[in-house]
Design a protein around this ligand. Structure first.
Ligand code: GLN
Length: 247
């Protein structure tokens, strides 16, 4: 039903922007579909034709997408997703072609060199220069950060829920400096290089950070995107940022 819903978005035009949501059967614990819907919507209001493609973990990963989305997940599904993505190789080929990637939490961790799940260390996809281990406690709650100035984003606001802690190598830059919450390690949050960005902000990441959606869309299209009416996400941002500041 989802694929059918996707294919009528644009009538199947081959020049459409192809947004690939990877492994919704394993990595969709936190309403991650919302990030797909927001990217599709924000492309359409700019007049772009969009094709949304959902790829389950028993299907081959197409290498001809423009944007790839990876969601959050529990430890077991996360480890399985990493194994299947490594065996498939399609995501690596897509990134070599210059595709953009947005990865959330478990999806973010598995893009690195290594991560922990259920007490065991697993190899990641080595697409980002980072390693994840376990922290002293779960990081659960509001996450706020000041983004890397190079990205031109306003303050990021999200909700985090993870046991992992992530340590960045020199091949990536932090997405943001943490001002509330934990993120990677209490100091930095997320990571990016080229057209790949990972974050601990959950499913509503793009609902609360429309500028992050436009960053990824801009990477994928190479286009200057026209402004859209962000009154409602603006209210949501103010409400959540106010909740953190007033405690
Ligand atoms: N299983 C990972 C952790 O706990 C990721 C969790 C998530 O995606 N929220 O660190």
């Amino acid at each position: 039903a989802d694929v059918a819903a996707a294919s009528h978005l644009d009538g199947g035009s081959s020049s459409a922007l192809r947004i690939v949501w990877l492994y919704p059967d394993l990595l969709s614990t936190y309403g991650d579909r919302g990030n797909l819907l927001i990217l599709v919507r924000r492309a359409q209001v700019r007049g772009l034709a969009v094709e949304a493609i959902e790829v389950r973990s028993d299907q081959a990963v197409p290498a001809d997408g423009d944007i790839y989305l990876l969601g959050g997940g529990e430890d077991g599904p996360q480890a399985l997703a990493a194994q299947r993505l490594a065996a498939d190789g399609g995501l690596h080929r897509a990134i070599d072609r210059g595709a953009a990637v947005l990865a959330i939490c478990a999806g973010y961790q598995l893009l690195g060199r290594s991560f922990f799940a259920k007490g065991a260390k697993y190899p990641g996809l080595e697409l980002l220069d980072l390693d994840s281990d376990r922290g002293p406690s779960r990081a659960v709650g509001e996450l706020v950060g000041e983004p890397d100035p190079a990205l031109g984003l306003p303050t990021i606001t999200g909700f985090e829920n993870h046991g992992g802690r992530t340590h960045l190598g020199p091949g990536v830059r932090p997405l943001a400096r943490v001002s509330a919450g934990i993120g990677n390690d209490g100091t930095t949050e997320g990571a990016w290089r080229d057209k790949i960005v990972g974050t601990y902000m959950h499913g509503p990441a793009l609902a609360r950070n429309p500028a992050l959606a436009d960053l990824v869309l801009g990477w994928a299209t190479g286009a200057q995107l026209t402004p859209v009416d962000d009154t409602w996400p603006g209210r949501l941002r103010s409400e959540r940022l106010g909740a953190v500041r007033t405690g």
